[in-house]
Design a protein around this ligand. Structure first.
Ligand SMILES: [Mn+2]
Length: 327
């Protein structure tokens, strides 16, 4: 846990910028203030948008969750847990978050007028955030999985070449519509399959209808969770199916529920921690990952480990994206 009595808090300050706390007069800087409520507790003055290569975009949107609710609380729980994660990453031998710079935006509050207007609002808002971010790496925090389709379509609008989506998920989310709306979390990938190739990894809860949708689309690749436990061939298969520009969408139910019980529709089996990190590091090394999201975290009161896992996962995604700068 970071030392909070250290005036720097060990967080994001360097020699060029004196220690300062947002909203606190300079003569009170040395009081034992808590860490900011930002990703990794990084100080927004020393991290700051201009100096950050990565940007966190919380979108606590929840409207169509099918069983267990609570994904609207996901971004807050993830950000709170991230404040207690060590900045030092032994994989790279440095405080990756300080080297890269991570800026946390306020949460986007989408309209409650219905799923379709909310997704239209997010697509437009995400497009403007992406425009303002330029080369910065955006990690969106959900919220339910439907938000990914709005972000992916906004990114597809910005890129001439066809994007590939790497979807880590227990479910294909290829239903043309679900419970009367084409903008359901269960239809997230059906919304984008005509605009981007989708490589889904970790699947183990898929409907017959979704199998038909997948077969009808040459750009759809399915990798089953049980394949992942035989050997590592699935990693090559997934990479072969990914084009040069990749958007990563990580539904936390991809992970085995023993690791990640805090999600609405858990399925036994799925990804484990180290195998998944090995795969992701390769993807980020071998492809141009333009943006990512982590969605469907539904915090369980009194059980913090899944929130910490999700926070650490986001930290790893950012570190892998900038691994060239860290080694
Ligand atoms: Mn899922």
């Amino acid at each position: 846990m970071p030392n909070r009595r250290d005036p720097d808090g060990g967080r994001g300050h360097d020699d060029a910028v004196p220690a300062s706390v947002v909203g606190v007069p300079a003569e009170l800087n040395d009081l034992p203030w808590e860490l900011p409520h930002t990703f990794l507790g990084l100080d927004q003055l020393s991290g700051g948008f201009d100096r950050s290569a990565a940007v966190i975009l919380p979108v606590p949107y929840e409207a169509t969750t099918s069983w267990g609710g609570g994904t609207r609380l996901g971004p807050h729980a993830l950000l709170e847990a991230s404040r207690y994660i060590e900045l030092y990453d032994q994989e790279f031998g440095c405080e990756a978050g300080s080297v890269i710079g991570v800026n946390t935006l306020p949460a986007l509050e989408l309209t409650r007028a219905g799923a379709t207007p909310a997704m239209a609002e997010l697509r437009a808002s995400y497009g403007r955030v992406a425009e303002a971010c330029g080369d910065r790496f955006i990690v969106m925090l959900g919220g339910e999985h439907s938000i990914s389709s709005a972000a992916i379509l906004a990114q597809a609008d910005r890129h001439e070449e066809r994007l590939s989506v790497l979807q880590l998920d227990a479910h294909a989310d290829l239903r043309p519509q679900y419970e009367g709306t084409p903008d359901s979390h269960a239809s997230a990938m059906a919304r984008v399959i005509d605009r981007a190739d989708v490589v889904a990894v970790g699947l183990r809860g898929v409907s017959a209808e979704e199998m038909e949708v997948s077969r009808a689309h040459a750009g759809s690749t399915l990798i089953w969770a049980d394949e992942m436990w035989e050997n590592d061939d699935w990693m090559d298969k997934a990479l072969d199916a990914l084009g040069p520009k990749v958007y990563v969408t990580f539904d936390v139910d991809y992970l085995d529920p023993s690791l990640m019980p805090s999600t609405g529709t858990p399925e036994p089996g799925g990804g484990d921690w180290y195998r998944t990190l090995r795969f992701l590091r390769r993807v980020f090394a071998e492809r141009d990952v333009i943006a990512a999201d982590v969605v469907e975290l539904a915090p369980t009161p009194g059980l913090s480990a899944p929130d910490f896992l999700a926070a650490k996962l986001v930290y790893k995604l950012i570190s892998y994206r900038f691994q060239d700068r860290l080694v």
